[in-house]
Design a protein around this ligand. Sequence first.
Ligand code: URA
Length: 234
Amino acid sequence: MERLDKRLAATGQWSRKEAKDLIRAGRVSVGGTVCRSPEEKVAPDTPVAVDGTTIGAGGPVYLMLHKPAGVVSATEDGRDRTVLDLLPPQYREMGLFPVGRLDKDTEGLLLITNDGPLAHRLLSPRHHVDKVYYVEVDGILDQGDVEAVSQGILLRDGYQCLPGKLELLSGNTAAYITIREGKYHQIKRMMAARGKPVTYLKRIKFGALTLDEQLDKGGWRALTDREIHSLFRQ
Ligand code: URA
């Protein structure tokens, strides 16, 4: 069971405050009956409508997930749990998918939506969406690595990466790294090319979105209106 205002806000179409206002204005029905109390508890399979239109029925949904290690960034997988398995049942039939992929052992920010055109735009190489990761390596990072990342690292398979940014953190075994591409295992391959294999990786930014540190691993929330708008301005 979930609060009615929370259920509306989870679609990403309204903030929690807007949802409360809609409910109090008598524009929201639960199982066909108008409900004016935002704190009403609603079962996941009970239909909720705003102005007569059932929510979640075709509208765009934008969620932020704190991906834990051990789940795959896919919509279906014969073997492993997927990021969609972490969401409650009412999200099952909405055509949601993760925007881009994080490796199974990578943690952090993942945008989940059913807005295909937006996802396509955010992933397009032409758009150069910056992604920032916290990375720990086996080895000591130094100015040579900072320089190499800023020039664009040449991977062992001959692929030339675009210039990125490496910001060393205390101890020099960890850093923030910003990249604009999203090639398979890109950061692991970049660090491997420097002889300093990745031991831990967590995405903390995706374009204008920053991982909400209030979210536990495996936790999720709807994007705020402001976050959704920032994605469209990307
Ligand atoms: N780079 C990687 O190597 N893995 C990820 O999951 C993301 C970026």
